[in-house]
Design a protein around this ligand. Structure first.
Ligand SMILES: C[S@@+](CC[C@H](N)C(=O)[O-])C[C@H]1O[C@@H](n2cnc3c(N)ncnc32)[C@H](O)[C@@H]1O
Length: 440
């Protein structure tokens, strides 16, 4: 048996895992309440330590596996377990794909959203991005006595796992980690921590360090030397307490402004700006969004547009109005539009879509709409869309539950959910991206 007693004590029980929850934890029952057991699989019998009893259930810590599921496989990464990134590496690929797709169906079912013929919604098979393709990630750095740990926290834990290898990150990002951890020794003293956002842009790596203490001369020199050795495109620093919206990141070393392509257009994102985590996932999303909207026959709107991931590919076919809450993202989008003679076909607006959603009459000027909100979803916008006459609406989402809620609002307003494509940019985790088409 692979997993043996880890820690005894506390309230323990022998349980049978009956299912896999939305976050990938095994789910058992005890005293009529669910127990969520990370790293356990359906069908397995396990000795579990019960903690954190709440009305919603117990947290369970896997102490010993007493029987193993046929779907259990050996995790590939040496950091599996302590690293909170890939908590489902023990699940066989086929079972994993089935479970993740089922999360979309479950969420839609909970909201009572049906397919075009009134039956089960039309959810495609899961597309999973290959391992080693993640181009953007935020890690934590923490000073210890003899160096700096740089990695990811454990699942629901404050313990940081220092990463030496990673199966999801692009190899280029893994390569820069040792040098970065070394350079950060000059910034972080006894127990101090920082957040480090890495982007493997199309012309080099972009590094944003956020810490309480600004880098002194030796930290700047160490980071600049690293940038030269590793040919990093850009290194910037921001105080951790401030939002990038409130203050511009301070340059530490800029060898060239990093850029990423959305279709044919190169955009220069500000440090820390949102971008799709993988180029492969981005391509699959762009393919769906443009495929469904390019023949809309009139102007389009891209809500929660970011730096223009969908704006520019769509603008090849129709005029596009891009709306986004973050000023810096819209500035990058607009600069790229100007540079590429897209100003005109592309218009841009900074707007808070929760506080000031466009009214249905405003939406009626568009032949098609795409929206791609953060995890909280786009409730206010979906309500207005439900009252609008926009013929085609495309939703991109990173949260199946808020997507299903917004889908219900659209369906109640008379839309049909034509199809959903789940695109997995976070392999081995509970997170999922999807893109869906609605029509009147
Ligand atoms: C999931 S990202 C999508 C960005 C872009 N569509 C892409 O694919 O790269 C969500 C975007 O919504 C923006 N956002 C978050 N809250 C917002 C709000 N209340 N109003 C407008 N935009 C918001 C974020 O700044 C971010 O750019």
């Amino acid at each position: 048996m692979r997993r043996k007693a880890r820690r005894g004590g506390g309230k323990q029980a022998e349980l049978t895992i009956e299912g896999l929850g939305a976050r990938g934890d095994g789910v058992a029952q005890h005293d009529g309440r669910p127990v969520f057991v990370p790293f356990a699989l359906p069908g397995e019998r396990a000795r579990v330590k019960l903690t954190g009893a709440k009305s919603a259930g117990y947290k369970g810590e896997l102490i010993e596996l007493l029987s193993e599921s046929a779907d259990r496989v050996e995790p590939v990464c040496p950091h599996y377990g302590p690293c909170g990134g890939c908590t489902l590496q023990h699940l066989a690929p086929e079972a994993y794909r089935t479970w993740k797709r089922q999360q979309v169906l479950n969420a839609l079912q909970r909201e009572g959203v049906r397919g075009p013929d009134g039956g089960e919604p039309n959810v495609a098979e899961l597309t999973v991005v290959p391992a080693g393709t993640r181009r953007r990630a935020t890690l934590t750095a923490k000073a210890r006595r003899d160096g700096v740990d740089l990695g990811f926290h454990g699942r629901e834990s404050h313990v940081l796992e220092h990463i030496t290898t990673c199966y999801v990150l692009r190899p280029r990002l893994v390569e820069v980690l040792p040098g970065l951890s070394n350079a950060l020794r000059h910034l972080l003293k006894g127990g101090e921590s920082a957040s480090v956002t890495l982007l493997d842009a199309d012309n080099g790596v972009d590094v944003l360090v956020r810490s309480h203490r600004p880098p002194g001369l030796d930290a700047r020199q160490a980071l600049a030397a690293l940038a030269e050795q590793q040919d990093l495109a850009r290194v910037t620093w921001l105080p951790i307490e401030l939002d990038p919206e409130e203050i511009e990141a301070e340059p530490v070393s800029i060898r060239r402004p990093p850029f990423v392509h959305f279709g044919e257009i190169a955009v220069e994102p500000e440090p820390g700006s949102f971008l799709q985590p993988t180029a492969e996932g981005q391509t699959a999303l762009i393919e769906a969004v443009t495929g469904w909207l390019k023949d809309a026959g009139g102007p389009l709107a891209d809500f929660y547009a970011g730096c223009g991931t969908f704006t520019f590919p769509l603008a090849r076919y129709q005029p596009v109005h891009a709306v986004e809450g973050e000023r810096a993202a819209i500035a990058s989008l607009w600069q790229a539009a100007r540079r590429n003679d897209y100003a005109g076909p592309v218009t841009a607006e900074v707007r808070d879509l929760v506080e000031e959603p466009p009214a249905a009459e405003e939406l009626d000027t568009f032949a098609g709409v795409v929206f791609d909100p953060p995890r909280a979803g786009a409730k206010a916008l979906a309500r207005e869309l439900a009252d609008s006459r926009v013929p085609t609406v495309v939703a991109v989402s990173c949260n199946a539950n808020t997507f299903a809620r917004d889908a219900r609002l659209l369906v109640e307003g008379g839309y049909t959910l034509a199809e959903v494509r789940p695109i997995d940019q976070f392999p081995w985790s509970g997170h999922l991206e999807l893109v869906a088409r609605f029509h009147r």
